[in-house]
Write a protein of this length. Sequence first.
Length: 317
Amino acid sequence: MGEHLKLIRDILTSVLVWVAVVFFLTAIILIPNERPEIRYDLEYLERTEQYISDRRSLDWELYFDRIVDFFGTMIKEKSLGMTPYHKPVWDEFKHYASLSLKIVIPSILISFLLGVVKGIYDFRTIKRPMSLFGHRFTNLSLAIPDFFVVLGIQVIVIYLIKFGVLPWMSLYGNETASHYFFAILFLTYYPTFYIAKITTTSLNEEAGYDYIRTAISKGTSERKVVTRHMLANVWLKVFSQFTTLVLYLLSNLFIVEYIMLWNGAAFKFYVSIADPRQMDPTLSFVFIIFFTGIVLIAQIISKIISFRILAKEGVKQ
């Protein structure tokens, strides 16, 4: 019973932290961005002096009123309102969020499963000096920035299409199967190798225990030792990195959407805050809830799965 209460307390703590983060980020985007008008008819020095003299420091009373009005309007009207382009904010959010979720959810599952499989392969081939796609390849992949990997793969594919090695396919957009394939490929690249590294490191630590040596000495095959004994004991360490995996994936989401012209939630969120004078605070607020909410859900899933693993280990003992 005490363990269940601790789990509930941890989840509630994560929710409270999430609420605080959402409020803090929303308060940032609500900072007044009024800028003084620049008079281009003046000389450079006069223009600079005029700009500096017209600049105003932050009016905290105005800032506080803006925050109260922002949340008060939504609560009073029970609506997110309209965008500057006269479209419902909720409809805009659903459109862009659905585009991102179509690649985010599969990428999370694929990167985690492939990462574990790659980690097992790296562990089993770690002593092979000529293993081309073993742990050295994993370390190299983690050292290369994702941005260059995405561009590199795109350039290679374009040349393969040009020379007839691959059939024609589109790399830019969010409509065809090839768009989804490459978007998921780019998103899963770094998280997959990250989980593989964690899995390999955890298996290496587990390999030093006496029960592993005993199992091997009794003639148990390496595959059974890894899958039935070692892997069962490293799940907790691997699942503890689930939130980090999601953070890595979300941090790459904007790059992928921008380069592939995917135009999902990450790209729209960037557009909505890029120009302070044209920023849509309400749409930005919804996207903040969306992205931080994904991280919160990942944290809760990680805590629940870790709790169940620990509970099973307690029963076995």
